[in-house]
Write a protein of this length. Structure first.
Ligand code: HEM
Ligand SMILES: *[C@@H]1O[C@H](CO)[C@@H](O)[C@H](O)[C@H]1NC(C)=O
Length: 335
């Protein structure tokens, strides 16, 4: 006798499978989790738009790549990667732009505006400023010869900023190794992440105000080969006098300032790191772990590139639990 409404064993098994697949699909769409295909359906050209604008910007001036990369770092260290660093001061909101490590120092806001304008033209109201920065930072690295990595996206833009957190959580060049490592640990990043990420200083420049203490301080003490380091030191002193010239800039990797390579680590091995905080990774008495990483990333550029990529994804994964919105203009919260 036929039993049309009876479920056979295979049918039951099949429905169980469907249920399981459905539940894992729901899991994969957890809004707090970033993914590489977040804009696949809503804005498939997002990455192309960012890339094109970054090409223009970096072609005009390679320093722009450094500026964007640093913006992403300073964004992620305050409330998570939520575009808070991009907010302007208004009557109702105190931004982070006047924080000690940001004021007169952060650049690239105009580039962000331009990318955002193009994103809004292509897919209005879809791509967040926080994701824009994460993608643009990756492109910045690639455009100067550094590694490529897939950028997980799906961040939200904050409706607030924190000047206080920007002042306390962003490391300063005067701080010692232990303090800086603990600031990274507080963000869920290890000492290994810290050394690799500081390798970002292989591009970009520092203002005299950030390295004056170092060149009139223990530079000569750490520098190993006098014949090559003394001429470099006198050039630095020329550009950065004891008095004045605070905003004069010098590259942190004076070998290849516009190339994302591992030459920054060579400056540390030679004892000629420009920032005190960078040199400490190699020369500090408590830096046994970090100094061997510096040696490793100098000896093995592939190891540096791989760790840098992994650590960038990890840093980019610091989220703001408050959630947020898709800002229309990166400088202002939506009204
Ligand atoms: C480890 C702790 C760090 C300290 C103490 C530090 C400190 C600094 C300082 C003092 C400057 C020069 C700013 C100025 O004088 O105007 C600078 C520039 C820069 N930093 Fe860091 N930084 C750190 C980590 C990072 C990380 C993790 C990244 C990115 C992944 C990064 C990317 C950059 C870039 C690209 C520049 C050059 C910016 C430009 O040329 O406009 N830094 N950093
Ligand atoms: C990103 O963060 C989530 C939790 O918010 C975690 O499950 C995931 O493993 C993290 N991914 C990386 C690459 O750190």
């Amino acid at each position: 006798m036929a039993c049309y409404l009876c479920f056979s064993k295979p049918v039951l098994l099949f429905s169980a499978l469907v249920l399981w697949a459905f539940s894992t699909l729901l899991e994969a769409q957890d809004p707090s989790q970033l993914s590489s295909d977040y804009y696949l359906k809503t804005c498939p050209i997002a990455e192309q738009i960012v890339r094109k604008q970054m090409e223009y910007a970096v072609q005009a001036d390679p320093r722009n790549a450094a500026a964007i990369l640093r913006l992403h770092f300073h964004d992620c260290f305050v409330q998570g990667c939520d575009g808070s660093v991009l907010l302007d001061d208004t009557v109702t909101l105190i931004g982070e732009k006047k924080a000690e490590q940001n004021v007169k120092s952060l650049k690239g806001f105009d580039i962000v505006d331009k990318i955002k304008t193009n994103l809004e033209a292509g897919c209005p109201g879809i791509v967040t400023c926080a994701d824009l920065l994460a993608i643009a930072a990756r492109d910045a690295v690639v455009l100067l010869g550094g590694p490529y990595w897939d950028v997980p996206v799906g961040r939200k833009d904050s409706k607030t900023a924190s000047l206080d957190q920007a002042n306390t959580d962003i490391p300063t060049p005067q701080q010692g190794l232990v303090t800086i490592i603990s600031k990274f640990l507080a963000k869920g990043l290890s000492a290994t992440d810290m050394v690799a990420l500081a390798g970002a200083h292989t591009i970009g420049v520092s203002r005299c105000a950030s390295f004056r203490d170092r060149i009139y301080g223990d530079f000569e003490l750490t520098a190993k080969d006098e014949a090559s380091s003394l001429p470099y030191l006198s050039k630095l002193k020329e550009d950065c006098p004891l008095d004045g010239g605070d905003d004069n800039v010098s590259p942190m990797d004076h070998f290849t300032p516009n190339l994302f390579d591992n030459a920054f680590f060579e400056t540390l091995l030679k004892g000629t790191g420009l920032l005190n905080s960078d040199q400490e990774m190699y020369s500090s008495l408590v830096g046994f772990e970090t100094s061997s990483l510096v040696e490793k990333y100098w000896a093995d550029p592939v190891a540096f590139f791989n760790q840098f990529s992994d650590s960038m994804v990890k840093m980019g994964n610091i989220t703001n639990p408050e959630g947020g919105e898709v800002r229309k203009n990166c400088r202002f919260v939506n009204t």
